[in-house]
Design a protein. Sequence first.
Length: 506
Amino acid sequence: MSTGVSLTGFDPSILLSYYQSQLPVAPSTVTATSFAQAQNSATANDDPPWETTPPAQQSRDAQILSTTNFIDTSNVPLTSTGATDAATEQDNQKLFSLYTALNNLSYLASMSNRSGMTAGQLAGFNTRFQTGLQQVQSYINSTTFNNFTLQAAAPSASASGTAGIAFGSYTYDTRTLTTNDNIDNPLPGLSASQSFTVSVKKNGVTTAVPIDLSKVSGALTLDNVVSYVNQQLSAAGFASRFQRTITKGTIDDPTDASYGLAVAPAGSETVSLSSAAATPALYVAGNSGLATATGTTSSDGTTTDTTPADQQGRVVKLTDLTGTQQSAFSATTTPTTGLTTAQSTVVDSSGNVYVIGNATGNFGDQLNQGTQDTYLTKYDSAGNVQWTQMLGAAGSSSAYGLALNPTGGVVVTGSTTGAVMTTAIADGNDDSFVAEYDANGNQTWAKQIQTLSNNQAASVTVDASGNVYIGGQVTGVIGSGQSSSGGNDAYIAKLDSKGNVVYEHQ
């Protein structure tokens, strides 16, 4: 039967959920007993309405039908000052008042759903409901809370938003090669007698595309070299391209712009560059800057720091080793915070440079786990950072050894006072650690060698099968069946390609 009267339903559990989130204990543990015991709680003396025994239906009906003021604030403290939790107590009692009102309105709406209700009864229910609803809305609009703001809003059945998904870059960008003022001038260091090879791997087949700079049309400017290389790639049937890219400034204001070269592989094509005329280079790892702050001491004995510590690891590439050495690039470690040192470097067959060192701060979203962590950075042959990975624990980790893995990537070793693997137990001693990373910076395994005394790995090498050998020192016994000669002993250990210890000799 349609009466033409509609009642709005309320779900008081929404307010209940919010109230429970403010309690000093988890909602799932809130019981009548816990309320009675929480003598220091802001709601120690409260009697939550959802914990009381509901009255019989007839009594409840009479209570609701006799209610003229759905907002009962008789229990709300008049002041929020004095006791430490007075402000919270006042907020809680106001929320109790709202909860009680919504609970009563919800019960009133449920009464209208009973069978046998007449049109006159429904009209009366609706009048009471609208009166109570207006009282609730007025109370929300006029009441202030100490610790939060409560506002009335229309409910929504759904919510939507947008989010961007970052895709990895598959292009290669060089450093700055020229400036806007010299964009029409030949690139420094290039000559028509030079040549190199662009190798493109597609569908498992590698094709060498020769690049002879003597065949470049016009001067050896950046744009002319790019145009010639792309002609050669296109003639060989490949879609990968070279292009000029802005390394500084914008295309809208090129006055102070600088340009480099970008290599953009297409589809499933993989691009690499090589030159038969390439000469050997030497990579040197070291540090630059101050390891500790320097200061001046005044006559009254106070010291003022004048120069803060700014030490950072650094790797330098030296060329022309048979003549006067030249610095092809100098790359300084750039953490987000803290200081770094560079301990060791290795170079793979493609000219990529791996540097291992120590860091006291963070690298972007990679956070330092203790007072010092180990970091591993991969540079390309031009000194561009490819990736950085941190390895550490809630203690101090130090990097000592670095070796190429013939199967790809590198293996690093050092010591740590924390646990660098989930099965390790941090006991405060120095423990040797070994970790393997692939060429993309993914850690494939890590191993920590724990003893009852201090030990640390100082060097590492990897054989053709991927087995890892580390050498170091130990003050006690390195493993089962070994014995200590007192003081510091040398040890050597072998791990297989999965990081499992094969043997340990002291």
